[in-house]
Ligand binder design. Structure first.
Ligand SMILES: Nc1ncnc2c1ncn2[C@@H]1O[C@H](COP(=O)(O)OP(=O)(O)OP(=O)(O)O)[C@@H](O)[C@H]1O
Ligand SMILES: [Mg+2]
Length: 255
């Protein structure tokens, strides 16, 4: 087992102001698995991501990676956020190299790995460009290259394509899926996009809001050899309708 969350709760504030944001979240992810957490706004997705990243501590419960409890941030987890998080004054290559410099890798190795991962995300030609000279999709690919370059055990993605136009989002989804199939990475994708979760992940946990809790977990058994065809297939459409109904009901319960 790669990543394990056991009855993780997160509370913010004290006394009367206390708010339970995550309620007994348990999940287990195998090495090489692609897992998605699907939930509406405010269901605690980013909080969960910050806990796995080690930026926050659970109020109770535990999180471990390859059997080791998570105590703080570490390069064993590669993170990509919704907002473009590149350093604007560094080129694409320098952004990718940044984390490896912090890790203290040798220059020659940094150069080689930077070139390799820019190639992986299809941006070898853009190595010397600044973020403002790249499209949103290209910037997110640099962010993914930067996360991969640290050779993480798991890639954590918090709505990585949320800010992109529909068309670019779809091509980025295909890119991420292809990358996962090629590399056998472990991927935890956090999203509110039903299609994205069902198209890409092998297993989808549905998160209900206030407090954030897993209400349903489903294994997606669809042929994913061609995502474009899959989007249009009746099997996919009926699954997404069912999941959309579940999410609507959860919102209805709150209204
Ligand atoms: N540091 C904090 N202190 C207090 N409350 C917080 C803190 N971080 C998050 N929250 C609360 O936790 C709840 C969940 O927030 P979170 O950002 O995890 O949701 P989300 O599912 O990522 O939402 P979105 O889809 O809008 O990104 C919100 O009610 C938020 O106000
Ligand atoms: Mg969020």
């Amino acid at each position: 087992m790669n990543l394990v969350l056991d009855a993780v709760c997160k509370r913010f504030g004290d006394g009367k102001q206390a708010q339970l944001v995550l309620d007994r979240i348990s999940l287990a992810m195998h090495t090489g698995q692609f897992l998605a957490l699907l939930g509406s706004s405010g269901s605690g997705k980013s909080t969960l991501m910050r806990l796995v990243a080690g930026l926050e501590q659970p109020s109770s419960g535990s999180i471990s990676l390859d059997g080791q409890p998570i105590r703080g941030p570490g390069s064993d987890r590669g993170m990509v956020f919704q907002k473009y998080s590149l350093y604007p004054w560094l080129t694409a290559a320098q952004n990718v190299a940044f984390g490896m410099e912090l890790q203290g890798l040798e220059r020659a190795e940094i150069r080689e790995r930077t070139g390799f991962y820019l190639e992986v995300v299809g941006l070898a030609e853009s190595a010397r460009r600044l973020p403002r000279e790249l499209s949103g999709g290209m910037q997110q690919r640099v962010a993914i290259a930067r996360a991969l370059a640290a050779d993480p055990r798991v890639l954590l993605l918090d709505e990585p394509f949320g800010a992109l136009d529909l068309q670019i989002r779809e091509s980025m989804q295909e890119f991420l899926f292809g990358l996962w199939r090629r590399t056998g990475l472990s991927v935890l994708l956090i999203t509110h996009d039903i299609d994205e979760a069902l198209l890409l992940a092998q297993q989808v946990h549905i998160l209900a809001p206030r407090p954030g809790r897993i209400v349903e977990s489903l294994t997606v058994e669809l042929n994913k050899d061609n995502l474009q065809d899959l989007r249009l297939s009746p099997a996919f459409q009926s699954l997404r309708h069912r999941v959309a109904d579940t999410l609507r009901q959860l919102d209805g319960e709150l209204a």
